[in-house]
Design a protein around this ligand. Structure first.
Ligand code: URA
Length: 317
């Protein structure tokens, strides 16, 4: 058996609110997606980027974290070959012109239904459906975060940092992790949980079999409170509607509340010490209460308890 690995992407553009997918047309009339062999030393992602550039002339932006694999077998010169293709999602600038390579006869931008009826393999329909769902979450989240980032300008008085630290991770994650507020490192890098607490959190996640890239990580307040002070009641109130919509977009199976502030603002339970490990259903969402990793950095007893809570979560997943 021969094994082949390819990579490609569902390239889309927005025309108004309409999502159009780029399909390439082979000389025999069949429809194709931009994809091709992964060359030696190349990553899946690198191969997909190169293939898109070579086959379409486009340089679209890839949506982070998402990828899906299809696999199939076929006959090649009397031998059975097994092929896997990893698909990413990439968003093209609608102003950029497609320049087709000699491999294809032409191309079309098609809406979901037309794209679905043009793709030849059933498994590609499964991926197209997931891709389409992911794009709508992505577009909705971007619009929401653009508005959230403007909050410091719109609010009368503002004492938090003016830099929005958006959540990070899969927009269809099963697990959403909710901290308190970004720290100084997060504020500078504009990424959540990348300091010491974040490293510890990655470690605890790893031990429970959950990969950071598969989760969605954010905080109740997504602006740095200078000096790492507690966000005020008013600040939490101003940020909460955005958080609730983020939860609505991701629809995680579990929301993990890291520390008193997260637990207090989502469930009105601000005694994590006596409530950690509890699973609570509220308003259609399922929460797990645990410690903030900063507390686990200060105490090995807390760290052990937190690891146990995550072990439980790993089993439930
Ligand atoms: N602590 C938090 O609560 N959130 C971050 O993003 C980083 C540290």
């Amino acid at each position: 058996m021969r094994f082949q690995h390819s990579a490609g992407a569902f390239v889309y553009k927005l025309v108004g609110k309409r999502v159009l997918f780029l399909l390439l047309i082979r000389p025999n009339g069949g429809y194709d997606l931009p994809k091709g062999h992964i060359e030696e030393g190349e990553s899946d992602y690198g191969a997909a980027r190169r293939e898109i550039r070579e086959e379409t002339g486009l340089r679209p932006d890839f949506l982070p974290h998402f990828s899906m694999v299809t696999e199939y077998s076929f006959k090649e010169r009397g031998h059975t070959a097994h092929k896997t293709v990893r698909f990413f999602i990439a968003k093209a600038d609608p102003k950029q012109k497609v320049r087709i390579s000699h491999e294809h006869a032409s191309y079309k931008w098609l809406g979901y239904q037309e794209a679905a009826s043009s793709l030849e393999y059933r498994d590609l329909l499964r991926i197209l459906s997931a891709v389409s769902d992911y794009i709508s979450r992505w577009e909705r989240m971007n619009t929401l975060n653009t508005e959230y980032a403007r909050l410091p300008k719109k609010a009368g008085a503002w004492s938090l940092s003016r830099r929005h630290v958006a959540g990070e991770g899969l927009l269809n994650a099963k697990v959403m992790l909710l901290g308190q507020a970004p720290g100084r490192n997060e504020d500078m890098m504009r990424r959540p949980f990348i300091g010491r607490s974040g490293k510890l959190l990655d470690n605890i996640l790893g031990k429970s079999g959950i990969r950071r890239e598969e989760a969605y990580i954010t905080s109740v307040v997504q602006f740095f409170p200078e000096g790492n002070r507690m966000p005020t009641r008013e600040e939490i109130k101003a940020c909460k509607p955005f958080l609730l919509e983020q939860v609505e977009i991701i629809k995680p199976k579990f929301i993990v509340l890291l520390g008193n502030l997260a637990s207090g603002s989502m469930l009105d339970i601000s005694e994590v010490k006596t409530n950690h490990g509890r699973i609570i259903e509220r308003n259609g969402a399922t929460y797990m209460i645990t410690f903030h990793p900063a507390a686990a950095l200060r105490s090995t007893t807390t760290l052990k308890l937190m690891e146990k809570d995550f072990e439980k979560l790993g089993r439930l997943l």
